[in-house]
Write a protein that binds this ligand. Structure first.
Ligand SMILES: [Zn+2]
Length: 444
């Protein structure tokens, strides 16, 4: 009798557990993800290099705040998932994204995606773009900007005003729009700076084809607005406008106000409130419960490009040093050294860490990148021509000055002549150092 009772109890517990885990498995899994603002407590053995890079940024940008997101995910699993065919793409026919950048299988099959202009990238390319250590520099850090509304922060109306001043929204009602943006952002838990920046990212300062769209039926004309380019997809401009218009019509966005409110709601509900609250997380979905499947864009460069655009907008109004918060992802079992930029030639090896570091790779030129606006690219200071100004360039200039490295390429030499005095000497080295410390800005 006792035995039967015990078996019955075990059975009941079993059933309860089965039901519980089938309803809440992801919620339990999600509990392993956590955000922490204690940078000093990051375990350097588990997450090599991260702590010192964050501390370096903090040192040079006193107002900036950092948090880390312990994703609880194994690095190799993440790369394997993100490198699934078609999940991460790059614009086709670009010289600087060739060779090891591309997925070998899809390349062999000549497979294209998204209307034929996009191709699948390799796992090495995914690893390079996802490794946070490649982006923990002033140039690239804005992809980690926290996009949710920080209740401990005060948002400066003047920054939003500066971003939108003289833009297509500066039509006499700008103050009203700003109030709408701030109030709705707060209500929906979105960073209002991000919203303001996104407006310019999407429309430019003059306003693009989807800002104000004319719709005439039976001689009655209505204007619809789709400032955030929601549903603005298609192979041609007219298809894009038509899809954007359909969306705006459906939502009844016949005033700028309605479009701003609806747009903030869309951005909030789609990504930010479910934890994809940086541009990096919008692109690389390492957040529970959707894991890898809920991505804002397939373009592997999306986070970096959007972050860069926002940084440039903030630079334009001298607002890069405000109290921004950045959220840096941490993965389990990360490689001890930073994932290298893939070679633009095929090395027949899956392991790019075995190949030479492309310090003098002259085949790459970011101006060829159709995904990046030309004004967003620069060569000055970028001695190793990898699209970034960082310690790699500093090393190269040092090696050149110490005569450890003989450099003859015109392009590399031009990039190293930062003060443009036709000589490469300690003056250029100093400017490069200052740039990396954030006390000087290399401009074209
Ligand atoms: Zn592929």
């Amino acid at each position: 009798m006792k035995k039967t009772k015990a078996i019955a109890i075990i059975l009941i517990i079993n059933i309860i557990c089965t039901i519980f885990f089938s309803i809440y498995p992801s919620k339990i899994f999600a509990a392993t993800q956590r955000i922490d603002s204690q940078i000093s407590k990051i375990d350097d053995k588990k997450y090599p290099g991260i702590k010192s890079m964050i501390e370096n940024l903090k040192k040079n940008h006193n107002n900036w705040k950092f948090k880390v997101m312990y994703t609880g995910l194994d690095w190799n699993t993440v790369i394997k998932e993100e490198a699934k065919h078609g999940r991460n793409l790059i614009g086709a026919n670009q010289k600087n994204y060739s060779g090891d950048w591309l997925c070998e299988k899809c390349e062999k099959e000549r497979k294209t995606y998204s209307g034929g202009n996009w191709i699948c990238v390799s796992s090495d390319a995914v690893a390079y773009m996802m490794d946070p250590r490649n982006s923990l520099y002033y140039e690239d850090v804005f992809q980690f900007l926290e996009l949710s509304y920080d209740k401990d922060s005060t948002y400066d109306t003047n920054i939003i005003k500066s971003i939108l001043k003289n833009s297509f929204l500066d039509d006499g009602n700008l103050d009203t729009y700003i109030t709408t943006i701030i109030n709705r952002s707060k209500e929906k838990n979105v960073n209002p700076y991000y919203i303001a920046g996104k407006i310019i990212q999407e429309q430019g300062t003059k306003g693009g084809a989807t800002f104000k769209m004319k719709y005439t039926v039976n001689d009655k004309t209505t204007y619809y607005y789709n400032i955030f380019n929601i549903n603005a997809t298609g192979g041609t401009t007219s298809a894009i406008v038509s899809n954007a218009l359909d969306w705006a019509k459906d939502k009844g966005w016949d005033t700028i106000e309605k479009c701003l409110i609806g747009g903030v709601d869309f951005i909030a509900n789609g990504y930010i409130t479910i934890g994809q609250d940086t541009m990096y997380f919008e692109k690389f979905d390492v957040i529970a419960d959707t894991y890898y499947t809920h991505q804002y864009a397939q373009d592997v460069m999306y986070a970096q490009n959007q972050g860069e655009k926002l940084r440039r907008i903030l630079e334009g109004i001298n607002a890069t040093e405000h109290a921004y918060t950045f959220v840096i992802p941490l993965y389990e079992n990360m490689p001890s050294s930073t994932c290298k930029r893939p070679s633009t030639t095929r090395t027949n090896s899956d392991d790019v860490n075995n190949t030479d570091n492309n310090l003098n790779n002259n085949t790459s030129n970011d101006n060829l990148d159709n995904n990046k606006p030309i004004e967003a690219s620069y060569n000055l200071g970028d001695a190793n021509n990898d699209g970034k100004i960082n310690s790699g360039d500093l090393l190269l200039v040092k090696q050149y000055l110490l005569k450890v490295k003989n450099i003859k390429e015109e392009k590399t030499l031009t990039a190293m002549d930062i003060n443009k005095d036709k000589k490469i000497n300690s003056g250029d080295l100093l400017l490069l150092k200052k740039h990396l410390l954030g006390t000087y800005k290399i401009t074209k």
